[in-house]
Unconditional design. Structure first.
Lengths: 184, 108
């Protein structure tokens, strides 16, 4: 059944799906967080390739800039700042792994079983230019103008929150230093 | 690459399967990992699985609303990553660890 699912597909889809799933598995199974970040960047690159194949060129570029460029660099900076490595990676019991595989596999079966008929129900109307900046921008600045402005406010709030959370409190400096020496 | 060929030669169910698998891999990571930063990365993975499904449906139907929704999901994900990492750095200063098993100070 699996071979019937795979044969006859476009080679680009096969290659990039393979890279995506392999890198995603590497992200969740690897013990070193820095390698996880690098594998996640590769995953985002192959997802961008999927976007290009799906005629969503604008989102492919935005995905690269925002995810692979900004968010992942932020993760990498924090990892380097906290000096985490393989040695102080917390250990998990093996029974927990089996339970997680079971839960995720059950969810996969349910998702696949409930969605595999849905392809017959959607309308097929692939247009050539909906993924370009011109048409997306036209819709964004007419129908979705209010959510766009709200996302600006959200970014401002996130920026203020991140700065406030990341700032050291001058008054509690000595107290925090004491509590870090004897954690309990 | 002739992008028109994808829509005729590839059924959308393959994209559904691909993003289901990606979502379940992210869920597996959330359930097994204890490092808070890796947990955030697994959540990003799940968000990207949903994004891929949104783009696939949007492109097959020729409706640009799905792609705009992906745009807003990216906005929220960026804000979430910034605030989440700031919280993790703040907790690391107090606990000297990013193990989520140690973050039980709020437990009564």
């Amino acid at each position: 059944m699996l071979s019937a699912l795979i044969f006859g597909l476009p080679i680009g889809f096969l290659v990039f799906s393979f890279i995506t799933i392999l890198c995603a598995l590497y992200v969740v199974t690897n013990d070193n967080p820095v390698f996880s970040v690098l594998a996640l960047i590769l995953t985002f690159f192959s997802i961008s390739a999927h976007y290009v194949m799906l005629n969503a060129q604008f989102l492919a570029v935005v995905n690269l800039i925002v995810y692979a460029g900004a968010i992942m660099v932020l993760f990498l900076f924090v990892l380097m700042l906290l000096n985490l490595s393989k040695e102080n990676e917390p250990k998990v019991k093996y029974g927990w792994h089996f339970a997680a595989v079971f839960a995720a596999g059950m969810l996969l079966i349910i998702l696949a079983a409930s969605l595999h008929k849905s392809s017959e129900q959607i309308m097929r109307n692939p247009a050539q230019d909906i993924g370009m900046v011109k048409s997306l921008g036209k819709v964004l600045f007419t129908d979705y103008l209010v959510p766009f402005e709200l996302s600006g406010i959200l970014f401002l709030a996130a920026m203020v929150g991140a700065v406030l959370l990341g700032k050291r409190d001058k008054n509690n400096e000595t107290e925090a230093g004491d509590s870090s020496n004897n954690p309990s | 690459m002739n992008t028109d060929s994808i829509f005729s030669s590839l059924d959308i169910s393959h994209y559904i399967y691909l993003s289901s698998v990606l979502f379940c891999i992210g869920l597996f990571g959330v359930l097994t990992r204890r490092n808070a930063i890796v947990l955030l990365m697994c959540i990003e993975l799940m968000l990207n699985a949903v994004n891929l499904l949104f783009v696939a449906f949007s492109s097959y139907m020729g409706d640009s609303a799905g792609q705009l929704f992906v745009f807003f999901i990216m906005v929220v994900a960026a804000a979430e990553a910034a605030v989440g990492l700031a919280i993790i750095v703040m907790i690391y200063r107090n606990v000297r660890s990013t193990d989520v098993g140690l973050f039980d100070k709020l437990k009564g």
